[in-house]
Design a protein around this ligand. Sequence first.
Ligand code: C2E
Ligand code: MG
Ligand code: MG
Length: 592
Amino acid sequence: MLKDIFECRKRLQATQVELDSLQSQLRVAEAVFQHTQPAMVTDARARIQRVNEEFCLLMGYRPEEMLGQTPRMFRSHHHDQAFYDQMVATIRATGHWAGEVWDRRKSGEIFPKWMSITAVPDATGEVTHMVACYTDLSGQKHAQQQIHQLAFYDVLTGLPNRTLLRERLQQAQTEAARHGRWGALLMLDWDDFKSLNDSMGHPQGDELLRHIATRLTATMPPDATVARLGGDEYAIVLPQLGHEQTWAATQAETLAERVRRALAAPCQVAGTDYQGSASQGLVLFAGRSPDADALLKQAELAMYQAKQAGRGLLHFFDDALERQLIDRMRMERALRTGIARDELLLHYQPQIALTDGAFRVMGAETLVRWQHPVRGLIGPGLFIPLAEETGLIGALGQWVLRAACEQLGHWRGQPGLDRLTLAVNVSAAQFLSPDFAAQVLAFLQEHGAPPERLKLELTESLLMDNTEGVIAAMTTLQAKGVRFSLDDFGTGYSSLQYLKRLPLYQLKIDQSFVHDLESDPNDAAIASAVAALARSLGLEVIAEGVETQAQQRMLAEMGCHVYQGYWFSRPLPPEAFETYCTTTGVAQLPTH
Ligand code: C2E
Ligand code: MG
Ligand code: MG
């Protein structure tokens, strides 16, 4: 018996310890329940049994208004029944659910909150309670949305604003750097927006601004960012314009032209047709330098330049390099059409022979010019290198050769003029095309021009590239009577080795040696050596760039008796050249 009592006391003591521990756990739980986030406890049938202070504050109810009710009282109709069914099913299956719930406060306000529900089972595993904890998301959500909308979008048009544009521009620059490609920033500003706003009123002004936004968005490729920077200023980032600068510039210009046309179409403002224009500024980029802000400034500057120049115009950012590039691009395009439209013309610079103490015309060097529709007469130094780089030299060279053959055919049978030779400059790229020789012969034949009146001027660089091919073409043409002169001699490799192998007729002392003949003994020595070399090889020697009588006399003493230069005549248009021949007289030289 005593043993039983003792045993009972022991168990009681143990239970007391357990009870103490449970009570202290309860106190901890209570503290947590009261002082953390909003929380609510329901029974198994979802009747609210406890709420904490935070929860009352969140929902706007007093505890007695909620106790005994179910959480249905908070439903906002933001979610459908399926949503709640799914929630219950998940709790049954896993004992837990968490997610965003839009509830209604006592005030009627609907707001989002993050809810986490846990089912609490008793010792037998039966669920007796549910504990729900909440985090109010409304402030966060709203702020997030508002910040996003206000920070990145323009209220009037819904387009990205300056901040978002700047971000996209930076992204595009990074991408451009990574992929080695070009992009562009286009900025535009409506011409005379202020007067429209003043005369028609601000609501109409706003209407127009929305029209512009719609048209810009419709005109641009999908990867472009069209933004409104404020006022009547818009900007467009074009992130992908290819890997080549010239191509990118052309693409950007095409898109800017598309914008111009889209904006030029009339639109309805306040019920009437309104037509206006925008000035555009364009800047290209290929990486992160200059940075987005600098690019924005450059585009803006270009746009103001466009505005100053008139209405509805486009300007590229006025950087010296960029300007050069744009000039080049325009020039290439214009030259291409210029050749097709016959804007090229030939001037003839007399080549004079000193025979029996008299100067007589032997022939002329044909020097091409371009009658540009806007810029006037342009010399070859400005477009031959471009033509060589872009492959246009083929078409250009053909044009020159055909015109020279036509001239020779025209002079045929005209006393005096029929003895003239024409020297035609031939570029390396042109000469190396496989059908060059055949083409020359075809032109000669087409115009009835005597082949021995045609002299082709080659440069030394050409000979270094493909000596065998060059010799073959030269030999074919020489067999028909065509002659060859080596232009700018002395400025290149001047290799004796190929001089001996080439079927040349003439060496041309470069004008750089002639220029300082009197003052520079070195130049005099070179000119003299070239003359001696020509003699020893049995070639004719001609000096170009002869500007003074003293130069001509020194050259004559060196054994050079054929001249070309301003002292005799500048390059002349065909009629003036014919007159020159008549006054000076044409040389009676044996043909070789
Ligand atoms: P080039 O063949 O050496 O032509 C001589 C250049 O010197 C010509 O310049 C001529 O006007 C200039 N010149 C002639 N006499 C004098 C002088 O006394 N003093 C000075 N300072 N200059 C003189 P232009 O017409 O500007 O031609 C420049 C170059 O363009 C030519 O140099 C030639 O390489 C190239 N070129 C001209 N026409 C053609 C063409 O039809 N085809 C090709 N491929 N090149 C051409
Ligand atoms: Mg020449
Ligand atoms: Mg020359």
